[in-house]
Design a protein around this ligand. Structure first.
Ligand code: BTN
Length: 270
């Protein structure tokens, strides 16, 4: 069944959001930069855009996000926050926790982890990713676009072998459970969690989420290699995150250093 705004709204208890469902778009994050959206005069309202497919779905670090028609959830939320730019670090981590909570509500109770900064893994395979764009920056508020891709009914046979197809190991809800999911239900559960978590982040900041992060932190205690800034690599033991959402690494000299961005991978065991 295709996505329907009215079906998602029925399940969603928050009616303060405007839901838009498209058949196709280059990227749902991009929708909020189009004239179509500007005509809606966004203001302080939250707007959520789903699409059945994305022709140029984007991931972090200029990767593409595989977005076949009618299989998964491709969602972007335009969210005005009462925070300045400097207070936004940690937002993507909170969105990751919202996705984990949604997956738990859908019955996926084991083996779900968040991999800093913003991957959601199940059995060490990627199930969801997050891409945040900043739209308006002011001294006391910011509007952000929260882009979420969640693999729902996609199966390995849906993936072609072209070079820009998925390169990371991945899974979907259907792969894990062996059944097809009602995407309207998944969309509503996911959106409800994202709206609640981001509202709490806006009011309370990251500190109230640190314990929850620690409980599902994939990297914690692992030897990792972190690639950051112009491909500089650092190796160390992951020690969790600090109150700004930065990754803490215990370096070989024993010092603990915080990193605000980068791509972490597990160090290969000898
Ligand atoms: C990543 O893990 O690299 C981030 C993937 C984010 C994908 C989502 S799908 C909806 C939104 N639109 C995009 O083009 N990207 C995000």
């Amino acid at each position: 069944m295709l996505l329907k705004a009215s079906s998602i709204e029925t399940i969603l208890s928050d009616n303060e959001v405007n839901i838009i469902v498209l058949k196709s778009i280059d990227s749902t994050n991009h929708y909020f930069k189009t004239e179509d959206f500007k005509k809606l005069s966004a203001g302080k309202k939250i707007h959520c855009c789903f699409s059945e497919e994305q022709t140029q779905g984007r991931g972090r670090l200029n990767r593409s996000w595989h977005s076949p028609f009618g299989q998964n959830i491709y969602l972007s939320c335009y969210y005005p926050l009462k925070k300045s730019m400097s207070e936004l670090s940690g937002l993507s981590l909170v969105v990751g926790l919202a996705i984990v909570s949604a997956l738990k509500s859908l019955g996926l109770t084991h083996h779900i982890r968040v991999k800093w900064p913003n991957d959601v893994l199940c059995h060490q395979k990627k199930m969801a990713g997050i891409l945040i764009d900043i739209m308006d920056k002011h001294d006391d508020f910011c509007s952000v676009i929260l882009g979420i891709g969640l693999n729902v009914n996609m199966m390995p046979e849906d993936i072609d072998s072209s070079p820009d197809s998925i390169t990371q190991s991945w899974t979907s809800l259907r792969e894990e459970f062996g059944i097809e999911f009602d995407r309207n239900h998944v969309a509503a559960v996911l959106l409800q969690k994202v709206l609640t978590y981001v509202r709490d982040f806006d009011q309370e900041g990251l500190s109230v989420f640190l314990k929850e992060w620690s409980a599902v932190d994939f990297l914690k205690g692992q030897e990792v290699t972190l690639q950051y800034q112009n491909s500089v690599s650092m190796m160390g033991e992951a020690m969790g995150i600090n109150s700004n959402g930065h990754l803490l690494l215990r370096l070989p000299d024993g010092n603990v250093q915080a990193f605000s961005s980068g791509e972490a991978s597990l160090k290969k065991k000898k």
